[in-house]
Write a protein that binds this ligand. Sequence first.
Ligand code: C2E
Ligand code: CA
Ligand code: CA
Ligand code: CA
Length: 276
Amino acid sequence: AKADGRNLARFFDPSMQDAASRRASLEAAMREGLALGQFQLFCQPQFDCRGRLVGAEVLLRWQRDGELVSPAHFIAFAEESGLILPLGEHVLKESCRALARWHRDPTLARLKLAVNVSIHQMRDPDFSGMVAGILDDTAAPAERLCLELTESVFAENMEEITQRMHEIRAQGIYFSLDDFGTGYSSLAYLNRFPLAALKIDRSFVREVGTQPGSAPIVEAIIALGRKLKLEIVAEGVENEDQRNFLVRGGCSSMQGFLLGAPLPMAEFEHVYSAAG
Ligand code: C2E
Ligand code: CA
Ligand code: CA
Ligand code: CA
């Protein structure tokens, strides 16, 4: 199966012309998929600048009729419909189960696991309690878990979100700011959140070496991160030039097709465990 999902339109019954019934049908399909275990966790490895495996990012896939649908095709709908709450809970639960398993493997036990969290989840008053419950049930090591938020947190009710982040941070879990530089980008707010890392968006990484203006931007993000004592994670590293640039620039860690594609969780564990 291919990792890139195609247009969700092909899942729709063509007889359902109006948007409302299409949405209802997609929502029903997603609920059913959730119940049937069709939402599966993939893991992409992350390496430090010396090439050592240091972590992984969880990336969701919808295994539907033999096809893997990319989250780019369903996360926005999940957010609009509210399904992001049960879906996000599923991702967190499975991620924590993985961390608990990894804890017993000499290689995997060292890894951090990054999980994407939607701002809709952060707005949920029950979110931090739910996270605490999952940590409790799974006995996952909280200090191995890092939640990735996008800059949309800057546009939200800052006090509420900051408070919730502190509650979760107090459980031992870390936060990183994803897709840094592409969104709202209010630098003034950066140090108000309990952040451990910044992720340089792959649009900047892609242009390093091709667009003359990009290298200084990446260098500036790295310098900013260092000043703020944040780790800098680069994503979308596809070639040696990009990797060399990021290593020279002082990036903490990186991920991308050059270093390792996202793999189904079981395969990731097989490939990267001490036993595998
Ligand atoms: P993201 O968090 O920025 O994740 C990185 C995306 O880049 C992933 O796309 C990954 O497969 C892709 N990627 C990794 N290495 C390379 C590379 O070298 N080159 C290129 N061109 N791409 C690379 P994916 O898996 O399709 O995920 C898309 C987005 O969906 C993610 O972007 C994230 O925002 C969201 N997402 C994924 N899983 C979840 C989840 O469990 N919950 C939520 N709320 N969002 C998720
Ligand atoms: Ca991410
Ligand atoms: Ca990202
Ligand atoms: Ca991105």
